[in-house]
Design a protein around this ligand. Sequence first.
Ligand code: BMA
Length: 334
Amino acid sequence: MNKFNIGPLQSSPLIQRHPHNPVLAPTDVPYGPALVFNAGVTKFRGKYVMVFRNDYGDADKQTVFAHSTTNLGLAFSDDGIKWDVKSVPCWTWNDEEVIRVYDPRLTVIDDKCYICFAVDTKHGLRGGIATTEDFENFEVLSLSLPDNRNMVLFPEKIGGKYVRLERPMPVYSRGGIDRFDMWMSDSPDLRYWGNSQLVLAVENVPFANDKIGPGAPPVKTKHGWLTTFHTTDLDFNRGKNGWEDSWKKRYTAGIMLLDLENPSRVIGMAASPLIAPEASYEIEGGFRNHVIFPGGMILEDSGEVKIYYGAADTVECLATAHVDDLIRLCLEGK
Ligand code: BMA
């Protein structure tokens, strides 16, 4: 059992929650999901694209159906704020072995769009990478061994290789509890992955006591790769905190800067959360309250950074900040 509680956490004053939050909610989606969250967002061929997670159930009764009903939805936008949601889900993957696909992240490399995703299978949780031209057909390029997920691709090759951040779930070797860290692997072709290295350990994040994992795919700045991650802290005093009988975890978004040439080297990390659950849509009425789960990050030419995150496993939200402020925050380590 984790021995210490983290206590209250606040978001950085450098971020602004968008006044139109949540930017996507179940009521915006025509085919009736109960929960719409944990989206991947990118800019692709002149449009903002969002692939989001749909979970189904009965929101009035605050119940969700069994996991196998999860699928992915699709929306486009001209401004990254108002979304045109497609009339049907874009990817449902149920077969003999696969239970569901979820938590997508999008990366564009050389004008091709890649989607990283988690897959629950009958024999473990796997992380996958697929490519798509039309967001209707997905060609799966690789699936990891269990147990691994939260994969995100860097938007260009580094040292001649594709690179991903990921979060395996070692249990035996980490004391039989969640003590999960962030790792990195590289690949010559997006299919075969190796050279795995530890990037950030959970014990080095002061506002986590449980596990951490990659958030949105990194963006390039002249100071390094700027990237979000999610953190989890567990407090056994938390009780019913959502639709379930009890939900004892809190998720926040952290931010760090990785070396441009060797991204397994952390150059700097903010010592407090970038986004901690505070807004009403993050802390009340949701399936799992107090969850911030970043999955999309876009650096605009103006220097504005758009950070998309699932809130309370129920809606999708947007926060913005200036890239220079985020870099300073990481470098100062405050
Ligand atoms: C994680 C993942 C996420 C989810 C989070 C909070 O383990 O399953 O999809 O947002 O838990 O429930």
